[in-house]
Design a protein around this ligand. Sequence first.
Ligand SMILES: [Zn+2]
Length: 621
Amino acid sequence: MEPTCKISAFRAVLVALILLAGHRLHAATMDSAEAWGPILTVAGPADDVTLAEAELALRDTFTLQGVQGVAARRADGGFDWDDQGPRDDPEWAWFFNRHSYFPFMWQAYARTQDERFPEFIFATLDDWIVRHPAPGRFSFSAAWRPLEAARRIIDSWSLVYLKLGDHPQFTAERRARFLASVHAHGEQLRHHHALAGNHRITEMLALAQLSLVFKTDRDAGEWLSYSLAQLDQSYADQVYPDGTHKELSAHYQRVVALIYQRLLTLLDAAGRHDLADTWRPRVRTLWAYLAVAMKPDHGNPLNNDSDQENVARLLRDNAPDLAEPTPPVSHWLPYAGQAVFRSRDALSGDALWAFFDAGPRGTDHDHADRLHLSLSVGTRDFLVDNGRYTYARGAWRDYFAGPTGHNVVLFDGQGADQGPKAVGAPDSLGRFFRHEDLEIAYGDTSFSTAENARAGDWRRLVIHVRSQGWIVVDRIAAFQPAMLSTLWHWDPVCDAIPADLITGQIIRHGAGSLRLQVATSSSGGDWQVVRGAKHPVQGWSSDRFNFKTPASCTLYTQRVARPVTNVWLISPNDERPLENALDVVFAPDGQMVIRARYAKTDVELRLDPENPEGTLSVSSR
Ligand SMILES: [Zn+2]
């Protein structure tokens, strides 16, 4: 074909670029969109809510991570791509550069055929592409952080290409610019991706998707091999043999499981069933962890940086057999060091559930939650981990990620040593064993002060008396005088009533209740309930990023000068008088006799917390 003088020099350069890059100038993209349907982030035309969201986007109003704001524009009319949004938060700029609004704008178009929606998409793409040549190096910029490049390809650009590829406004020039930028995304993701964590997995999934959807790109074959090898290596590096992702956050476990699930869908859509079959059992292992950890209300524990999510729905959508009800069996995850206790309440039949973290911190997104305990009775949460709320540094982040936001012991106001980020062997930090109707998990840590690197040791044992309740034993060997505070954070709905400030309290959650009592080898302590305090921050909970609500926290504070043991009785659906329900004899040799009176039965157990496996004996009446 002879180039004609009618084609502008600009266009000629672009056409040459396309031919050089090996792209076909036009493909039957609407046909292939059918096959690729399962990988698209949205299915059909907009519903009313999505349509309203798309209309707002036409007026530059967006909701990103739950925060609504008007996107800033430059003097020349384009978006200010580095603007940090209404809260001056870099997260806003990163999310805005993901173009996550294109899919619902396409949905609005599919419903209304209103050309303003594709016009917005194409004009926004024109502006973004021309202003953002690839940096050719690793970048944390709003536009080119590799995670944002990945999310653009996965969530947004693939859909634009497959669904609007035949739109008259997607002209040859636009197509050329778009495909050149897609190629630049491939180069960035191939050579400048994260080297670890869930970011690396997302970025390699994006590169695999790019290679398969834009398969005429000259580098697609190499990119596909590279990304699959990286995903394989990432799985080996980041998933423990017990199925937990090493960040040890239910939220990021979900993120990673969804990414690998998406890889299965992608490989199947591309006809690579051979590859998909090798991945299927490994993806199932990731979902199995969420099935094990799932609360009776179908949510998840908020370990490390997590939000409350509907795990049952995720399982139904992705691993349906794991969503089936199972007998109430407890689990110990030996690498994660997490115990999930399950039984059924002897009187009410409510599901009893608790989650005890005696394991490593997690390789990222970690909280100072070592030896934290969460606990639910039926669909009612009682003891909770307070979530993440924000990633912005300051008092709020310090609270939600720090020890004061968790159910732990503080030593002169300070949290305990958090241990290693990861472990290389099972049972490295925590232990679990069964004895008749008891299940016991325990772990150790220590406290340090400015003057003393080892100011105290702390062992916590969580004893599940099946179908009755729990006993928590905290043995704190203080090597110097100290003020100990034990924190119990309640779900925001809970009403923590200080019924008896000597022995304990009743916590109500709707029609349900929980009894909390302590027996101590020290001379006693002070009870206090704090809710919604700001100076210092205490008594807050967040079940979703960017949202927080006041929630009661019980603080039990005691002054100690020598080793002390606190025994906590946790008894569900039990509002009898608090007297005489817990009786503990602390013998000088370390042996203890614990008599716990639950609503259904009395339990007497003997043990030395130093050597629980070797000393435990139990009798019930
Ligand atoms: Zn936490």
